[in-house]
Design a protein around this ligand. Structure first.
Ligand code: NAD
Length: 504
C-alpha cells in the first residue's frame, strides 16, 4: 500500500528473503519525531502471511548457512563491523533523529553495538566444544556446539542499534537464522543495520525483519520453527513473552525493567559522586535500563543533597544536535505524560521535590516531549516513585544510616539489574559486591555498562531465563550441545571383508 502521508522516510518495508518487501497490511503505525511530532515514517503491522514468509525464508537460508564453516561465517561479521564503523556517523544521526538522543549518546549506542559484532567475529573459538580422551578404555568423549535453527529477537525503543546488535550478529554467527521484530517507535536504525548486514555479505533470508507489536510478536512466540527467543523491554511484556515462549517449549531470555540504586558513602569523592549522579540519573533522559533512579545516601553523605540539587538545575535537555544539551526528549507524548504523572504522584505522596522538571521549555521546539531534570528527597519504599520504573530524568534520594541498611534496601527491591557504590574504602566495596543481589555491579562506576566479553547479567525481576546476553552465555543460548562418545575397533574383522574405506 503506497503511503498517502508526507514523510521523511516513507513507509517502511519488511525484510524478507534478503529483499525489502512492501507490506500488504492495512494497519500502520506512525513514527513521530520526539522533537516536534513530525511524521518521520510509518511501520506496517505485518500480516500473518508475511510473518510466516519471514520465518520460512530464515529457515530455508539457515539450512545452507549452518553448513558454512564457522571461520567463513565470522568473516561476514568482520565485514559487518567494518561497514558499521564506516557508517558510524550516519547511523548515529539517524538514531538521534528518531530517538531524540544527543549525538554523543547516539554514537555511544552505535559503538556499543559494534563491539558486540566484533565479539561475534571470534565465533569460531567461542563455539569450540570440549574433549576428554579415554573416558573408558578405548573410548573418547567430545562435545560440540551446533546451531538451533531460527531464533527471534524482540527489541525495545531505547537502544535501537545496540540491542538488535546484541542479538542477530551472534545468533547468525553461530549458524542460526534470525527474525528481528524491532521497536515500532524507532525502527529506522534497525532497518539500516539490516541493509548494512546484507551489504557485508550475509546470505539472503538469513535475517528477516518484521514490524508490528503484540500480535506479530505472538506469532513468533508460538511458531514451531522458532527455537529461541531473545527479548528486551518492559517487565509486563517480558513476563508475557517468557511465559508464552516457554509454554511453547522454546528457550527464552527476557531482559526487562530496572530500578538501579547508587549507594554513596561519606568517604566517597564528592565531586565524582555529584557529576556521576547527574549523568547516570538524567543521561538519555533516564531512558536506560542501567540509569540510576535511586541515590541512597549513607550517614553524613546526605549533606551533599543540596549541592546535587544545584547540579541538577544546571543541566538542560535539548535537540540532538545541540552540543550543550545534556540529553534529549522522551520518546513519546505518552512517555512524557506517564513520567509527569509519577512526579505528580510523588509530590502528592509527600516526597520533597527539590527540582521539578515538568515545566521545562526548549526554545524552538514547543511540541517536543521534554522533561527537565527532576530530583526528590524523602522518598520512601511505599511511594510510586520508588516502586515504579520511571524511565525518565527523575532521581529519588533516600537516606540510611549504614551500608548494611543500603544493601538490605537494594536486595528487597524486586528488580536487580544494576547497582553501584561510591566509596574510598576497599573493604566496604568488597563487602558490597559480595552481599548485593544484583547482576551488574559498579564500584565508583555509576553505570556498569554491558561489555561483550563478559555477559550482561541482570538478576531477579530484571531477567527471566537463565543464559544471559553476550559472551560465553550468549553462545550457549544460541547453540545446542551435542556430546559424542566414540570408539574405534582396531582389529580387521570388525571392518568386514567387503568394506573398503576410500580417503579423499
Ligand atoms: P516494551 O515492553 O513496551 O516493548 C518492547 C518490545 O515488545 C517492542 O518491540 C514492542 O513492540 C513489543 N511489545 C509491545 N507490546 C507487546 C505485547 N503486548 N506483546 C508482545 N510484544 C509486545 O518496552 P519499551 O518501552 O520499548 O522499552 C523500555 C523497557 O525496556 C524498560 O522497561 C527498560 O527497563 C527495558 N529495558 C531493559 C533492558 C535490560 O537489559 N534489562 C535494556 C533496555 C531496556
Amino acid at each position: 500500500m503506497a503511503s498517502p502521508l508526507p514523510s521523511r522516510f516513507g513507509d517502511l518495508p519488511l525484510l524478507i528473503g534478503g529483499h525489502a518487501v512492501p507490506s500488504q497490511s492495512d494497519q500502520w503505525l506512525p513514527v513521530h519525531s520526539p522533537l516536534d511530532q513530525r511524521l518521520l515514517a510509518r511501520v506496517p503491522c505485518a500480516t500473518g502471511d508475511e510473518v510466516e514468509l519471514a520465518i520460512q525464508s530464515a529457515a530455508e537460508a539457515q539450512r545452507s548457512w549452518s553448513q558454512v564453516p564457522a571461520p567463513e561465517r565470522a568473516r561476514v561479521m568482520m565485514r559487518f563491523a567494518h561497514l558499521l564503523k564506516e557508517h558510524h556517523d550516519e547511523l548515529a544521526e539517524l538514531l538521534a533523529q528518531e530517538t531524540g538522543k544527543t549525538l554523543a549518546d547516539a554514537k555511544g549506542d552505535v559503538w556499543r553495538g559494534i563491539e558486540v559484532v566484533e565479539q561475534a567475529s571470534g565465533v569460531a573459538s567461542q563455539m569450540m566444544g570440549e574433549t576428554l580422551g579415554n573416558v573408558a578404555r578405548g573410548v573418547d568423549g567430545h562435545s560440540w556446539m551446533q546451531p538451533l535453527g531460527v531464533c527471534a529477537g524482540i527489541t525495545p525503543f531505547n537502544f535501537p542499534a545496540m540491542i538488535p546488535l546484541w542479538m542477530f550478529p551472534l545468533a547468525i554467527a553461530c549458524g542460526n537464522g534470525f527474525v528481528l521484530k524491532p521497536s515500532e517507535q524507532d525502527p529506522l536504525t534497525p532497518m539500516r543495520l539490516a541493509e548494512l548486514f546484507k551489504e557485508a555479505g550475509a546470505p539472503d533470508g538469513i535475517l528477516s525483519v518484521i514490524h508490528g507489536k503484540g500480535e506479530q510478536v505472538d506469532r513468533l512466540l508460538t511458531h514451531p520453527l522458532i527455537k529461541a527467543v531473545s527479548f528486551v523491554g518492559s517487565a509486563r511484556v517480558g513476563a508475557h513473552v517468557y511465559r508464552t515462549a516457554t509454554q511453547h517449549l522454546k528457550r527464552a531470555q527476557c531482559f526487562v525493567g530496572a530500578k538501579n540504586h547508587m549507594v554513596i558513602l561519606p568517604d566517597a569523592n564528592k565531586s565524582q559522586v555529584l557529576s556521576n549522579l547527574v549523568g547516570a540519573g538524567v543521561g538519555a533522559a533516564g531512558q536506560r535500563c542501567m540509569a540510576i533512579s535511586v541515590a541512597v545516601f549513607v550517614g553524613a553523605a546526605r549533606d551533599w543533597i543540596p549541592e546535587l540539587a544545584e547540579a541538577f538545575r544546571a543541566v538542560r535537555p535539548g535537540p540532538w544536535n545541540d552540543e550543550g544539551a545534556a540529553y534529549g526528549p522522551l520518546i513519546s507524548q505518552g512517555a512524557k505524560a506517564r513520567v509527569a504523572g509519577l512526579i505528580e504522584a510523588g509530590v502528592r505522596e509527600g516526597a520533597e521535590c527539590l527540582v521539578d522538571g515538568r515545566s521545562v521549555e526548549v526554545p524552538g521546539y514547543p511540541e517536543g516531549n521534554w522533561m527537565g531534570p527532576t530530583l526528590f528527597r524523602g522518598v520512601t519504599t511505599e511511594m510510586g516513585l520508588y516502586r515504579e520504573e520511571i524511565f525518565g530524568p527523575v532521581l529519588a534520594c533516600m537516606e540510611v544510616e549504614s551500608l548494611e541498611q543500603a544493601i538490605a534496601l537494594i536486595n528487597a527491591n524486586p528488580y536487580g539489574n544494576g547497582t553501584s557504590l561510591f566509596t574510598g574504602s576497599g573493604a566496604a566495596a568488597r563487602h558490597f559486591r559480595h552481599e548485593v543481589a544484583v547482576g551488574q555491579v559498579g564500584i565508583n562506576v555509576p553505570i556498569p555498562v554491558p561489555l561483550p566479553f563478559f555477559s550482561f547479567t541482570g538478576w531477579r525481576g530484571s531477567f527471566y531465563g537463565d543464559l544471559h546476553a553476550y559472551g560465553k552465555q550468549a553462545v550457549r543460548f544460541y547453540t545446542e550441545t551435542k556430546t559424542v562418545t566414540e570408539r574405534w575397533f582396531d582389529d580387521e574383522s570388525a571392518v568386514g571383508p567387503n568394506l573398503t574405506i576410500t580417503l579423499r
